[in-house]
Design a protein around this ligand. Structure first.
Ligand SMILES: [Zn+2]
Length: 443
């Protein structure tokens, strides 16, 4: 059953947000062991698990397809990989952690000296306990990642390296879920799903997008929503190249990444900088009662780089917690199931809902009685005169809505100008609409 309109208050009554945080964490735990990359069976398996919750369409784009200045790469798959010492002991084992293999490693089986092996090893000397996450998508090579402590303990020996992988013509796989609203105007929610066993970056984003899609599908929405589950960079480039004609429908967008860590919420503005999505997210964070940070757009980070490239310049920002590269666990084995918590996933989910709630309701109205104030008292809308207890904030909110509903201001503009929270302004507008003191702007 679809509920009438998206309203965060109603939604919060029908949902237990803490349960959703736990469900998101559960999905992340299920997806964590899968070895994902920008192509291959890991991403397919991941999308099939998401499909149990949300009916995503799975698209396959052939390797070699030209997408703007790029080419869809060959498909990479891996079954096993290890390094044996001369006694036949596995000293590095892909089956223990998929981060041990350099992503996109070509198949290999050979005996190597320690010196030759070292040329293919990657470590983090500053974080000697952690395995780094490394890839080589566009240069064919092979390699292993390991903790620096283990690296230091390697003895002079003859080693056998084995990587059972394939790099062949195949497909780039991505998931898309389109939720039709009242209008063709769209909100884009995009997340990358190309990382192996890493939680905050970006299983957290995939889980949040999945549960957002699942719950929005219960409501009648004014916007249509497009959810993209794509490999980072090459996925958004591919989607944009193949769907250019659809991009003019995208009125607002958010890239979801790193939403499960304990850090404060961070919003990276769209390239436009003052798009409605920028104003809405900043308003929501300002009234969240929690610490937050706003960052200007920069042409690095996640897929907002592609959505905000000058040829598209879409109003797409990135709402995250701690940004990529700003937490020491980033791109290491420490970005694991202990690093994220369901309470932070819940908090991020709640903020995303609040943002969509404002977007859905951010309309313009006209005061039907613009010459002097209407007499609110005789309508029971002022103080206790009508016998109704109306809290003073509602009164201020009504006066602001009446004063600024001149066709030039949206409800968010009024919320910002008055310093009041959007929901107070929205509730005041609904009350005034009921009393015919406001009407919808014809626009
Ligand atoms: Zn990453």
């Amino acid at each position: 059953m679809r509920l009438e309109v998206l309203n965060i208050d109603d939604l919060k009554k029908t949902l237990n947000l803490d349960d959703i945080g736990q469900e998101m964490y559960g999905l992340i735990s299920k997806l964590y062991p899968i070895c994902r990359s920008i192509t291959g069976n890991g991403i397919r398996e991941t999308l099939n698990i998401i499909k149990e919750l949300v009916p995503v369409d799975i698209h396959e784009v052939p390797a070699g397809t030209r997408v703007f200045d790029w080419t869809v790469p060959k498909e990479w798959n891996i079954k096993d990989a290890y390094v044996l010492n001369s006694k036949g002991k596995k000293i590095i084992d892909f089956k223990k952690s998929n981060l041990h293999v350099l992503g996109y490693s070509v198949p290999i089986q050979k005996k190597v000296s320690l010196a030759e092996l070292k040329e293919h090893l990657f470590t983090l000397p500053d974080q000697p306990e952690c395995i780094p996450y490394r890839t080589s998508y566009y240069k064919e090579t092979w390699g292993f990642c390991l903790s620096h402590n283990q690296f230091l303990s390697l003895e002079d020996d003859e080693y056998e390296v084995f990587i059972d992988s394939s790099l062949e013509e195949g497909y780039l796989t991505y998931g898309e879920y389109y939720l039709k609203g009242e209008t063709e105007d769209e909100v884009l929610i995009s997340c990358h799903c190309c990382h192996p066993s890493l939680c905050n970056d970006n299983l957290s984003g995939m889980a949040l997008a999945t549960f957002l899609a699942k719950f929005l599908s219960r409501f009648s929405l004014s916007y249509s929503y497009r959810f993209l589950f794509i490999p980072g960079s090459i996925g958004s480039i591919t989607w944009l190249a193949l769907n250019e004609s659809k991009t003019n429908h995208i009125k607002h967008g958010l890239v979801v990444a790193c939403v499960g860590d304990s850090g404060k919420s961070t919003y990276k503005k769209s390239r436009q900088g003052d798009a409605e999505i920028d104003k809405v997210v900043i308003h929501v964070l300002k009234h969240s009662g929690k610490d937050y940070e706003i960052m200007d757009f920069s042409p690095y980070g996640y897929d907002e780089r592609q959505y905000c490239s000058p040829g598209f310049n879409l109003p797409v920002g990135c709402l995250m917690r701690t940004p990529h590269g700003c937490f020491p666990e980033y791109h290491t084995s420490a970005d694991n199931l202990d690093f994220i918590k369901s309470e932070f996933l819940t908090d991020s989910f709640s903020k995303y809902l609040s943002v969509l709630n404002v977007l859905e309701a951010n309309k313009k109205y006209l005061n039907t009685n613009p010459k002097c104030e209407p007499q609110l008292g005789k309508r029971g809308l002022y103080g206790a005169i009508g016998g109704q207890k109306i809290n003073p904030f509602n009164q201020f909110a009504m006066l602001w809505v009446l004063n600024l509903s001149d066709g030039d201001h949206t409800l968010l503009d009024i919320a910002e100008r008055s310093g009041l929270e959007f929901d107070l302004i929205r509730n005041a507008a609904e009350l005034l609409l009921k009393h015919n003191l406001l009407k919808e702007h014809p626009e």
